[in-house]
Design a binder for this molecule. Sequence first.
Ligand code: FES
Ligand code: FES
Length: 171
Amino acid sequence: MLVELKVNGFPYRREVAPDTTLLTYLREVLELTGTKWGCLTGDCGACTVLVDGEPVVSCLQLACQVSGHEVTTVEGLDTAGELNDLQAHFVSNGASQCGFCTPGMLMSAEALLRNNPDPSEAEVREALSGNLCRCTGYNKIVDAVLETAKARAMAVSAVPDLSGSSSSVGS
Ligand code: FES
Ligand code: FES
């Protein structure tokens, strides 16, 4: 059956078997291998991607069920080949060791920060509770997400207000 997806901003149309999972579609049909095969039972979160901005474990999602929707994978986070700020904070905090969980962690964290730009530590831990890591002990991952939230808030507050609401332009 024909599955049409916009992935990381690019449109794709591919004929696949009806039981093709979104994970298989991404990794084997589109060759976007950043999203990881893990448990394939929905328990580890390694395969997490965003569908219309919401985190989804792609091993349990049929590709045909999301046809017509927008998918973001870890390959869609960077900008012009540069790590985005969340990825950079993972690096600077040592939040990635073997790296196997990292794509899924990044996608769950990015979804959280887009929906809740100022999360508490408890909210970060809750948002990442479906993503398992065998290496880091989680604290460095949580620190990376909280630092990203703080940096994004500072960047927003540093942008000058050009709305004219408090200026004398035109008066
Ligand atoms: S591979 Fe999908 S949740 Fe583990
Ligand atoms: S960094 Fe190895 S599983 Fe998380």
